[in-house]
Design a protein around this ligand. Structure first.
Ligand SMILES: [Fe+2]
Length: 122
């Protein structure tokens, strides 16, 4: 990525070349690698804070929302007001089959940011 971020394309962190822009915008999915099919489990979602680099949450610049998908299917959206000091949430879901979970966060100044995590359901 030539620019630090895009306002029109999906932004993704480059693990080999993490910038502070990536550290504070990238969603973090705390989820097991493997779950039991059909049995609910917790997904802790937060945005930013990687290596201690937190995103500001101020009037005029904040994480507006984070969505959780299984593949292309939207499972849930959490919206935040700028007074929320740490944009994080926990969802409980059950998977009938293995899936790639995707978290997509939106910063009003720096666009949409995605992180993915494969979860095996057995
Ligand atoms: Fe931002």
């Amino acid at each position: 990525m030539a620019e630090e971020f895009s306002l029109t394309e999906m932004n993704r962190a480059d693990p080999a070349n993490m910038t502070d822009m990536m550290r504070k915008h990238t969603p973090v999915l705390d989820v097991p690698d493997e779950v039991k099919a059909g049995v609910p489990f917790a997904i802790a979602l937060k945005v930013g804070g990687i290596e201690g680099v937190e995103h500001p949450n101020l009037l005029g610049h904040w994480i507006n929302w984070v969505d959780l998908y299984a593949g292309d299917r939207l499972l849930g959206r959490t919206e935040f007001a700028p007074v929320v000091s740490h944009p994080e949430t926990t969802l409980h879901i059950a998977l009938d089959e293995s899936a790639t979970l995707r978290a997509v966060a939106y910063c009003n100044l720096h666009g949409v940011w995605e992180a993915t995590k494969a979860v095996a359901a057995r």
